[in-house]
Design a protein around this ligand. Structure first.
Ligand SMILES: C[S@@+](CC[C@H](N)C(=O)[O-])C[C@H]1O[C@@H](n2cnc3c(N)ncnc32)[C@H](O)[C@@H]1O
Length: 277
Protein backbone atom coordinates (compact mmCIF):
# COMPACT_ATOMS: atom_id res chain seq x y z
CA UNK A 1 0.00 0.00 0.00
CA UNK A 2 1.27 3.52 -0.80
CA UNK A 3 1.93 6.04 1.92
CA UNK A 4 1.39 9.68 1.27
CA UNK A 5 0.46 12.66 3.42
CA UNK A 6 -2.84 14.27 2.42
CA UNK A 7 -1.98 17.90 1.69
CA UNK A 8 -5.43 19.15 2.72
CA UNK A 9 -5.05 17.47 6.12
CA UNK A 10 -1.57 18.88 6.62
CA UNK A 11 -2.90 22.35 5.85
CA UNK A 12 -5.71 22.16 8.43
CA UNK A 13 -3.23 20.87 11.03
CA UNK A 14 -1.03 23.87 10.27
CA UNK A 15 -3.97 26.26 10.69
CA UNK A 16 -4.79 24.71 14.08
CA UNK A 17 -1.16 25.19 15.14
CA UNK A 18 -1.05 28.72 13.76
CA UNK A 19 -4.03 29.62 15.95
CA UNK A 20 -2.06 28.61 19.04
CA UNK A 21 1.16 30.24 17.88
CA UNK A 22 -0.07 33.66 16.78
CA UNK A 23 -3.59 34.32 18.11
CA UNK A 24 -4.17 35.67 21.60
CA UNK A 25 -5.29 33.22 24.27
CA UNK A 26 -7.72 31.88 25.24
CA UNK A 27 -7.46 29.55 22.28
CA UNK A 28 -10.57 27.93 20.88
CA UNK A 29 -8.52 24.75 20.51
CA UNK A 30 -5.03 23.94 21.78
CA UNK A 31 -3.57 21.70 19.11
CA UNK A 32 0.03 21.87 17.92
CA UNK A 33 0.45 18.10 17.91
CA UNK A 34 -0.78 17.80 14.33
CA UNK A 35 2.16 19.92 13.25
CA UNK A 36 4.49 17.49 15.02
CA UNK A 37 2.87 14.60 13.20
CA UNK A 38 3.28 16.48 9.93
CA UNK A 39 7.02 16.44 10.68
CA UNK A 40 7.54 20.10 10.00
CA UNK A 41 10.75 20.90 11.82
CA UNK A 42 11.55 24.46 10.88
CA UNK A 43 9.43 27.58 10.53
CA UNK A 44 9.43 27.46 6.71
CA UNK A 45 5.78 26.37 6.71
CA UNK A 46 4.77 29.73 8.16
CA UNK A 47 5.95 31.46 4.99
CA UNK A 48 3.51 29.50 2.81
CA UNK A 49 0.96 31.81 1.13
CA UNK A 50 -1.87 29.73 2.61
CA UNK A 51 -0.48 30.44 6.11
CA UNK A 52 -0.53 34.22 5.71
CA UNK A 53 -1.39 35.33 9.26
CA UNK A 54 -3.78 38.10 8.23
CA UNK A 55 -5.44 36.78 5.10
CA UNK A 56 -6.16 33.34 6.52
CA UNK A 57 -7.75 34.41 9.81
CA UNK A 58 -11.20 33.19 8.66
CA UNK A 59 -9.76 29.85 7.55
CA UNK A 60 -8.06 29.01 10.83
CA UNK A 61 -11.03 30.30 12.82
CA UNK A 62 -13.37 27.98 10.94
CA UNK A 63 -11.02 25.00 11.29
CA UNK A 64 -10.59 25.37 15.06
CA UNK A 65 -14.30 26.09 15.56
CA UNK A 66 -15.46 22.92 13.83
CA UNK A 67 -12.92 20.78 15.70
CA UNK A 68 -13.83 22.31 19.05
CA UNK A 69 -17.56 21.80 18.41
CA UNK A 70 -17.02 18.11 17.63
CA UNK A 71 -14.85 17.62 20.71
CA UNK A 72 -17.41 19.39 22.89
CA UNK A 73 -20.03 17.05 21.46
CA UNK A 74 -17.97 14.04 22.51
CA UNK A 75 -17.64 15.41 26.06
CA UNK A 76 -21.27 16.45 26.44
CA UNK A 77 -22.68 13.23 24.96
CA UNK A 78 -20.95 10.98 27.45
CA UNK A 79 -20.28 8.55 24.58
CA UNK A 80 -17.47 6.06 25.12
CA UNK A 81 -16.76 5.61 21.40
CA UNK A 82 -15.75 8.27 18.91
CA UNK A 83 -15.38 7.65 15.17
CA UNK A 84 -13.53 10.31 13.17
CA UNK A 85 -14.22 9.98 9.44
CA UNK A 86 -11.58 11.55 7.18
CA UNK A 87 -9.48 12.09 10.32
CA UNK A 88 -6.38 13.56 8.68
CA UNK A 89 -4.05 14.82 11.39
CA UNK A 90 -6.76 14.91 14.06
CA UNK A 91 -5.13 14.61 17.48
CA UNK A 92 -8.15 14.17 19.79
CA UNK A 93 -7.02 10.67 20.78
CA UNK A 94 -3.56 11.94 21.69
CA UNK A 95 -4.73 14.96 23.67
CA UNK A 96 -7.55 13.30 25.66
CA UNK A 97 -6.43 10.58 27.97
CA UNK A 98 -9.91 9.58 29.18
CA UNK A 99 -11.80 6.38 28.50
CA UNK A 100 -13.25 7.25 25.08
CA UNK A 101 -12.11 4.78 22.44
CA UNK A 102 -11.27 6.47 19.16
CA UNK A 103 -11.51 5.05 15.64
CA UNK A 104 -9.92 7.10 12.90
CA UNK A 105 -11.09 6.32 9.37
CA UNK A 106 -9.17 7.78 6.48
CA UNK A 107 -8.05 7.18 2.91
CA UNK A 108 -5.58 4.25 2.92
CA UNK A 109 -2.44 6.04 1.69
CA UNK A 110 -2.95 9.07 3.94
CA UNK A 111 -3.60 6.88 6.94
CA UNK A 112 -0.62 4.61 6.28
CA UNK A 113 1.55 7.71 6.31
CA UNK A 114 0.01 8.93 9.59
CA UNK A 115 0.44 5.48 11.17
CA UNK A 116 4.13 5.57 10.29
CA UNK A 117 4.51 9.06 11.78
CA UNK A 118 2.69 8.06 15.00
CA UNK A 119 4.96 5.02 15.26
CA UNK A 120 8.05 7.16 14.72
CA UNK A 121 6.92 9.50 17.48
CA UNK A 122 6.06 6.54 19.73
CA UNK A 123 2.55 7.85 20.45
CA UNK A 124 0.30 5.20 18.89
CA UNK A 125 -1.65 3.46 21.66
CA UNK A 126 -3.86 0.80 20.03
CA UNK A 127 -5.84 0.46 23.27
CA UNK A 128 -7.19 3.98 22.71
CA UNK A 129 -6.85 4.61 19.00
CA UNK A 130 -7.60 2.29 16.10
CA UNK A 131 -6.74 3.30 12.55
CA UNK A 132 -9.14 1.99 9.91
CA UNK A 133 -8.28 2.56 6.23
CA UNK A 134 -11.30 3.18 3.97
CA UNK A 135 -11.85 4.96 0.66
CA UNK A 136 -15.37 6.41 0.84
CA UNK A 137 -15.50 6.69 -2.94
CA UNK A 138 -14.78 2.99 -3.41
CA UNK A 139 -18.09 1.91 -1.82
CA UNK A 140 -16.23 0.32 1.08
CA UNK A 141 -18.39 -0.40 4.17
CA UNK A 142 -16.62 1.81 6.72
CA UNK A 143 -18.91 0.76 9.54
CA UNK A 144 -18.22 -2.98 9.09
CA UNK A 145 -14.52 -2.23 9.18
CA UNK A 146 -14.79 -0.07 12.28
CA UNK A 147 -16.84 -2.78 14.02
CA UNK A 148 -14.18 -5.31 13.02
CA UNK A 149 -11.66 -2.95 14.63
CA UNK A 150 -13.58 -3.02 17.92
CA UNK A 151 -16.49 -0.55 17.85
CA UNK A 152 -19.46 -1.89 19.81
CA UNK A 153 -22.49 -1.30 17.54
CA UNK A 154 -24.88 -1.88 20.45
CA UNK A 155 -23.92 1.28 22.35
CA UNK A 156 -24.02 4.91 21.20
CA UNK A 157 -21.10 6.55 19.46
CA UNK A 158 -20.24 10.03 18.29
CA UNK A 159 -19.16 10.25 14.66
CA UNK A 160 -17.51 13.31 13.14
CA UNK A 161 -16.65 14.13 9.55
CA UNK A 162 -14.96 17.51 9.36
CA UNK A 163 -13.68 19.13 6.19
CA UNK A 164 -14.45 16.04 4.12
CA UNK A 165 -17.83 16.40 2.36
CA UNK A 166 -16.46 18.92 -0.15
CA UNK A 167 -13.96 16.32 -1.40
CA UNK A 168 -16.63 13.63 -1.89
CA UNK A 169 -19.33 13.00 -4.46
CA UNK A 170 -22.93 13.26 -3.22
CA UNK A 171 -23.27 9.50 -3.61
CA UNK A 172 -20.30 8.89 -1.32
CA UNK A 173 -21.59 11.43 1.22
CA UNK A 174 -25.00 9.73 1.28
CA UNK A 175 -23.57 6.25 1.66
CA UNK A 176 -21.24 7.42 4.43
CA UNK A 177 -24.10 9.09 6.31
CA UNK A 178 -26.40 6.07 5.86
CA UNK A 179 -23.92 3.85 7.66
CA UNK A 180 -23.66 6.33 10.55
CA UNK A 181 -27.45 6.54 10.78
CA UNK A 182 -27.56 2.76 11.39
CA UNK A 183 -25.60 3.10 14.65
CA UNK A 184 -27.21 2.52 18.05
CA UNK A 185 -29.99 4.88 19.16
CA UNK A 186 -28.49 7.87 20.95
CA UNK A 187 -25.56 8.08 18.55
CA UNK A 188 -24.79 11.50 17.11
CA UNK A 189 -23.06 12.53 13.94
CA UNK A 190 -21.52 15.93 13.29
CA UNK A 191 -20.36 16.81 9.81
CA UNK A 192 -19.21 20.02 8.22
CA UNK A 193 -20.01 21.35 4.79
CA UNK A 194 -19.02 24.34 2.71
CA UNK A 195 -21.72 26.43 1.09
CA UNK A 196 -21.54 27.38 -2.59
CA UNK A 197 -19.21 30.38 -2.87
CA UNK A 198 -22.03 32.76 -3.91
CA UNK A 199 -23.75 32.13 -0.54
CA UNK A 200 -20.74 33.44 1.43
CA UNK A 201 -20.44 37.04 2.66
CA UNK A 202 -18.81 39.13 -0.13
CA UNK A 203 -15.62 39.73 1.91
CA UNK A 204 -15.11 35.98 2.32
CA UNK A 205 -15.68 35.02 -1.33
CA UNK A 206 -12.15 35.73 -2.58
CA UNK A 207 -10.78 33.51 0.22
CA UNK A 208 -13.12 30.68 -0.77
CA UNK A 209 -12.34 31.10 -4.46
CA UNK A 210 -8.62 30.95 -3.64
CA UNK A 211 -9.17 27.85 -1.50
CA UNK A 212 -11.15 26.15 -4.29
CA UNK A 213 -8.38 26.88 -6.80
CA UNK A 214 -5.72 25.66 -4.37
CA UNK A 215 -7.68 22.48 -3.71
CA UNK A 216 -8.04 21.71 -7.40
CA UNK A 217 -4.37 22.50 -8.09
CA UNK A 218 -3.29 20.10 -5.34
CA UNK A 219 -5.34 17.27 -6.88
CA UNK A 220 -8.18 17.50 -4.33
CA UNK A 221 -10.94 19.40 -6.17
CA UNK A 222 -14.09 20.40 -4.34
CA UNK A 223 -16.83 18.06 -5.57
CA UNK A 224 -19.77 18.91 -3.30
CA UNK A 225 -20.68 22.32 -1.95
CA UNK A 226 -23.98 22.26 -0.06
CA UNK A 227 -26.63 24.79 0.87
CA UNK A 228 -27.94 24.29 4.43
CA UNK A 229 -31.25 22.78 3.22
CA UNK A 230 -29.35 20.44 0.99
CA UNK A 231 -27.09 19.26 3.82
CA UNK A 232 -30.09 18.69 6.08
CA UNK A 233 -31.88 16.76 3.31
CA UNK A 234 -28.85 14.51 2.85
CA UNK A 235 -28.82 13.70 6.58
CA UNK A 236 -32.59 13.08 6.73
CA UNK A 237 -32.42 11.01 3.55
CA UNK A 238 -29.70 8.91 5.15
CA UNK A 239 -32.10 8.03 7.96
CA UNK A 240 -31.21 10.40 10.82
CA UNK A 241 -34.13 11.46 13.00
CA UNK A 242 -33.04 14.70 14.67
CA UNK A 243 -31.19 16.96 12.28
CA UNK A 244 -30.19 20.57 12.73
CA UNK A 245 -27.66 23.02 11.37
CA UNK A 246 -25.12 24.95 13.42
CA UNK A 247 -24.11 27.83 11.17
CA UNK A 248 -20.74 29.51 11.14
CA UNK A 249 -22.49 32.48 12.82
CA UNK A 250 -23.66 30.16 15.61
CA UNK A 251 -20.07 28.94 15.99
CA UNK A 252 -18.98 32.56 16.26
CA UNK A 253 -21.49 33.19 19.05
CA UNK A 254 -20.44 30.01 20.82
CA UNK A 255 -16.66 30.36 20.71
CA UNK A 256 -15.61 33.83 19.49
CA UNK A 257 -18.13 36.31 20.89
CA UNK A 258 -15.84 37.36 23.78
CA UNK A 259 -12.76 37.87 21.63
CA UNK A 260 -11.49 41.36 20.86
CA UNK A 261 -9.13 40.45 18.00
CA UNK A 262 -11.77 40.14 15.27
CA UNK A 263 -11.19 36.43 14.72
CA UNK A 264 -14.38 34.83 13.43
CA UNK A 265 -15.45 31.69 11.56
CA UNK A 266 -18.39 33.48 9.88
CA UNK A 267 -18.57 32.52 6.21
CA UNK A 268 -16.63 29.32 6.82
CA UNK A 269 -18.07 25.85 7.20
CA UNK A 270 -21.38 25.12 8.90
CA UNK A 271 -22.09 21.92 10.82
CA UNK A 272 -24.96 19.47 10.67
CA UNK A 273 -25.76 17.69 13.93
CA UNK A 274 -27.71 14.52 13.25
CA UNK A 275 -29.01 12.16 15.92
CA UNK A 276 -30.02 8.50 15.72
CA UNK A 277 -33.41 7.89 17.36
C1 LIG B 1 -9.25 18.67 4.75
S1 LIG B 1 -8.77 17.12 5.36
C2 LIG B 1 -9.63 17.17 6.93
C3 LIG B 1 -8.91 16.36 7.96
C4 LIG B 1 -9.49 16.51 9.38
N1 LIG B 1 -10.84 16.00 9.46
C5 LIG B 1 -9.41 17.94 9.84
O1 LIG B 1 -10.46 18.52 10.15
O2 LIG B 1 -8.31 18.48 9.89
C6 LIG B 1 -9.75 15.97 4.39
C7 LIG B 1 -9.62 14.53 4.84
O3 LIG B 1 -10.55 13.74 4.09
C8 LIG B 1 -9.93 12.54 3.69
N2 LIG B 1 -10.58 12.05 2.47
C9 LIG B 1 -10.79 12.73 1.32
N3 LIG B 1 -11.36 11.92 0.40
C10 LIG B 1 -11.51 10.70 1.01
C11 LIG B 1 -12.02 9.45 0.57
N4 LIG B 1 -12.49 9.28 -0.67
N5 LIG B 1 -12.02 8.41 1.44
C12 LIG B 1 -11.52 8.57 2.71
N6 LIG B 1 -11.03 9.74 3.18
C13 LIG B 1 -11.01 10.79 2.33
C14 LIG B 1 -8.49 12.94 3.44
O4 LIG B 1 -7.62 11.80 3.48
C15 LIG B 1 -8.24 13.93 4.57
O5 LIG B 1 -7.76 13.29 5.73
Amino acid sequence: MGKEADSTAVRTAMWRALHVLIDEPPHVLEDTLGLRIAGVDDDGWRKRPDMDPERTRPNRSSIVARARAAEDMVSSSGARQYVILGAGLDTFALRHKGTVRVFEVDAPAAQAWKRERLDELGVLDPGRLRLVPVDFEAGEPWLDKVVAAGLDPAIPAVVSMLGVTMYLTREAISATLRAAASLAAGSVMVFSYSRPVEMAPPEIRPILEGAAKGAAASGHPWLSLLAPDDAVALARGAGFGDVHVVTSADLHDRYFADRHDGLSPVGGEDLVIAGVR
